[in-house]
Design a protein around this ligand. Structure first.
Ligand code: PLP
Length: 435
């Protein structure tokens, strides 16, 4: 299939040649840990990268490779690497870019486990984080980037406040300083926003969420735009001799830059971090990801339209103090949203319920169509209290600026009838406030 097809064609056919797989209509699941290398000569050629082929599923698997190619095509990237979870995608990306130590500039308004990793684990591995309060303030961002900065990390639409990052501006500032931009694009998915078209160098996903869409797989993706110059002195790991890249032909241990040029990032991530730390995605999970991806456009467009209606319903509700949904017409980010997100910002929103935490608990317990589940991007509508669950590891000093409180409730809107969802919320309000 041509690389030039539109999004809706690529999400169904991209990266798959049926004639190479018995003309199977569905992508086959290659449930095999390893592959016969055929002959000693072929085995060596594959190991040295002179011939393509599969040897061992910790390094590459045909089903997983189809998912990777399809995602890369959807994103306009040179390659994608599928991994075992969204956190594995973030960790592998961070470790690859800041291997050996250094600093990363990040927005503090991010998913709880990401912030926990950046505050409490990464520094122990020699990677320190500099957090900015307003990622869209050019001066604050410029001031935060220093000589030892290895990357800027942002969420395109933040969890759970749905603040929108001006990716074009952040990418331009990072590049002025010779630093790559990593974007966690989990909330919008490539259907609503394609960060590489706005200057991002690396995109990471929890494809556990709306890319799969059915809440039946934990998985992650690292996507490489293939544009960044990794030969810069800021990233010595890409220029050092690497024994796995020794070939008889070259006669020496090549560096990743020498062997792969601008594709050094995804190649090094796969060879050193995925292969050695081992957080691979299995072929059955990749199959379920591919199946979910086939309906991404229809799912997302209905979920976004329902989320918009529910945000409007909540915004005028007497028991709601505040709604966080940047897709609302009166949001302070409405102009940015109009420019960057013509199809909407996504299916997730959050709001503050007025009153005590007891009311919040009663409200959650009273919902019947919404499921109390710490996930997002499912065809089922989900409700959660982030401060007690998904974001509970965030230290108290971040709560106020991250809009976190025990009154905050996050909703992920699924494919049910939006009238039923609104009726469910209304009856839950009535139960929570009946005395
Ligand atoms: N990034 C974002 C924005 C998330 O919401 C999540 C999970 O909720 C993750 C990353 C981590 O993904 P996973 O749970 O697949 O490891």
């Amino acid at each position: 299939m041509s690389d030039h097809n539109s999004f809706d064609t690529v999400r169904i056919h991209g990266g798959y040649q049926p004639e190479e797989h018995q003309y199977a209509s569905n992508v086959p699941i290659y449930l095999s840990a390893a592959f016969n290398m055929g002959s000693a000569q072929r085995g060596r050629a594959i190991a040295e990268g002179r011939e393509s082929g599969y040897t061992y599923s910790r390094v590459a698997n045909p089903t997983v490779a189809i998912l990777e190619r399809r995602i890369a095509q959807l994103e306009g990237a040179v390659a994608a690497v599928a991994v075992a979870s969204g956190m594995a995608a973030i960790s592998n990306a961070i470790l690859t870019v800041a291997e050996g130590g250094g600093r990363i500039v990040a927005h503090h308004d991010i998913y709880g486990a990401s912030l926990d990793e950046f505050i409490s684990l990464a520094p122990k591995l020699g990677i320190e984080f500099d957090f900015v309060d307003d990622i869209n303030d050019p001066q604050e961002l410029r001031n935060a980037i220093g000589p030892d900065t290895k990357a800027v990390f942002v969420e395109s639409v933040t969890n759970p406040l749905t603040k929108v990052t001006n990716v074009d501006q952040v990418a331009a500032i990072a590049h002025e300083a010779g630093v790559p931009l990593i974007v966690d694009n989990t909330f919008p998915t490539p259907y609503l926003f394609r960060p590489i078209e706005h200057g991002a160098d690396i995109v990471v996903y929890s494809s556990t969420k709306a890319i799969n869409g059915h809440g039946n797989v934990i998985s992650g993706l690292v996507v490489d735009a293939g544009r960044f110059d990794w030969s810069s002195k800021r990233f010595p790991q890409f220029s050092e001799p690497e024994f796995t890249l020794y070939t008889e032909e070259s006669g020496h241990a090549r560096s990743f830059v020498e062997a792969y040029g601008n594709e050094a990032f995804h190649q090094r991530l796969r060879c050193k971090f995925l292969r050695l730390l081992g957080a691979v995605l299995g072929p059955q999970q990749a199959y379920l990801e591919l199946l979910g991806l086939e309906t991404i456009s229809e799912r997302l467009s209905k979920e976004v339209s329902s989320a918009q209606r529910i945000a409007e319903f909540l915004a005028s509700h007497q028991y709601v103090d505040k709604v966080n949904y940047s897709g609302l017409p009166n949001s302070p980010q409405a102009e940015l949203v109009k420019n960057l997100y013509p199809r909407g910002i996504g299916s997730i929103l959050s709001f503050e319920l007025s009153g005590s935490e007891d009311r919040v608990n009663r409200f959650i317990d009273a919902t019947q169509v919404f499921s109390y589940i710490p996930n997002v991007g499912d065809v089922r509508s989900l409700i959660v209290n982030p401060a007690r669950t998904t974001h509970r590891e965030i230290p108290f000093e971040f709560w106020e600026k991250n809009g976190l409180s025990v009154n905050l409730i996050r909703l992920s809107i699924g494919l049910e009838d939006p009238d039923d969802l609104i009726a469910d919320l209304e009856q839950a309000f009535n139960k929570a406030y009946q005395d």
